[in-house]
Design a protein around this ligand. Structure first.
Ligand code: FA5
Length: 342
């Protein structure tokens, strides 16, 4: 065995039993480092007889390559062994799939609101917003509901007056106040929808919440008739239920529309009656009507020149219909098991 062979087998032996990476680094320094064995073999070459120099250079380089390869292999083996030990130790298994990423989804009310906004904007409507803490003046008075009007009883109200404030503040009981706000700010003709949260001091049950969502619609133009209203409602229902739906109007009383209607839609889920339509084949869907002249005046418009129609879609009820939800209180109940289904 040559000296180089003996050096190589010494290096390989120690590398194969090195217990850790620190030991490998010190063997590396000893053999292939700046002042290591290979460096001194190379430094000695000029002192050798010329005939031996080439062979000595080759031996030194082969030694260097063999040591470096063995060091790299041992380092990988040590890494794998450490991972195995870790796996066995605390149950960690790097080959298992990662935990499922929890992804949020839009609330069902937001999903339906966005769908309706797209539908209405495609028909030339604007999407408007209005204050949730509203003045009595807009929630009631300008809508033709004076202080002692019995219609106030149908919308039990949360009042929230600031001490000392002269104006009466309340949580809006419907999205209709935005009808007048829109008339005050926009130049007619215009069409707008107003999705939003409304509040009523209700005793809650499966179809009544104290906080729920409505979508108001308002169209102001010249020569608006009940025919326009019915046409718009049919388009709305086709957009929601993806098919033509028969509708019927029953008289309905709201002080801010004249005439006022309750619009019923033929049940989209059955032909002969089901639990959704309570066996009647009709679903009570939305109140609507032609804007009352007093409301036009309150909004600064001349009722001789301008007219319009308005509707108040019960968004929460529509979401229930769409997804077959049997209790409105699920919607804002905050139970993640319910919300995760959407
Ligand atoms: C109104 O709020 C009128 N502003 C609607 C309107 C607009 C009429 C424009 C005419 C012209 P009503 O109180 O009926 O009307 O409420 C409208 C809809 O809101 C109802 O049809 C129902 O779907 C929904 N709704 C009413 N109360 C509750 C409640 N407590 N919980 C859930 N949804 C409700």
């Amino acid at each position: 065995m040559t000296d180089t062979d003996a050096t190589l087998s010494d290096a390989l032996g120690r590398i194969s039993t090195a217990p850790d990476v620190d030991t490998l680094r010190s063997i590396e320094r000893e053999f292939v480092g700046k002042d290591g064995v290979v460096a001194s073999m190379l430094a000695a070459i000029p002192t050798l007889p010329p005939a031996d120099r080439k062979g000595a250079g080759q031996s030194a380089n082969q030694l260097k390559q063999a040591v470096l390869t063995a060091l790299a292999e041992r380092e990988v083996a040590l890494g794998n062994a450490a991972l195995d030990a870790e796996r066995k130790g605390d149950g960690f298994d790097a080959s298992l799939p990662p935990p499922r990423l929890e992804r949020g989804t839009l609330h069902p009310v937001v999903q339906v609101t966005r769908e309706l906004e797209d539908l209405f904007t495609s028909m030339g409507y604007m999407v408007l917003d209005g204050p949730e803490v509203e003045l009595d003046e807009y929630n009631f008075e300008k809508l033709n509901i004076p202080a002692d009007h019995p219609a106030r009883d149908t919308q039990d109200t949360f009042y929230c007056n600031a001490p000392g404030s002269k104006a009466t503040l309340l949580l809006r009981t419907h999205t209709s106040p935005v009808q007048v706000r829109a008339m005050e700010h926009l130049q007619p003709p215009f069409r707008a929808v107003v999705p939003g949260k409304v509040f009523r001091q209700e005793t809650t049950d499966a179809s009544h919440e104290h906080t729920f969502h409505q979508m108001e619609g308002i169209v102001i133009d010249r020569n608006v008739s009940v025919g326009h209203l019915i046409g718009a409602m049919k388009t709305l229902l086709r957009g929601i239920f993806k098919k033509d739906i028969e509708v019927r109007l029953r008289p309905g009383y709201f002080p801010f529309v004249e005439p006022g209607f309750e619009l019923d839609a033929r049940c989209p889920f059955c032909e002969k009656g089901c639990s959704v339509c309570k066996q009647s084949t009709w679903i009570e869907l939305l109140p609507c009507g032609l804007v009352h002249p007093n409301v036009l005046k309150a909004g600064g418009l001349d009722p001789e020149e301008w007219g319009g129609f308005a509707f108040g879609l019960g968004l929460s009820r529509l979401v229930m219909l769409r997804y077959g939800i049997d209790d409105v209180r699920h919607l804002l109940g905050g139970d993640l098991r319910f919300l995760e289904q959407f």
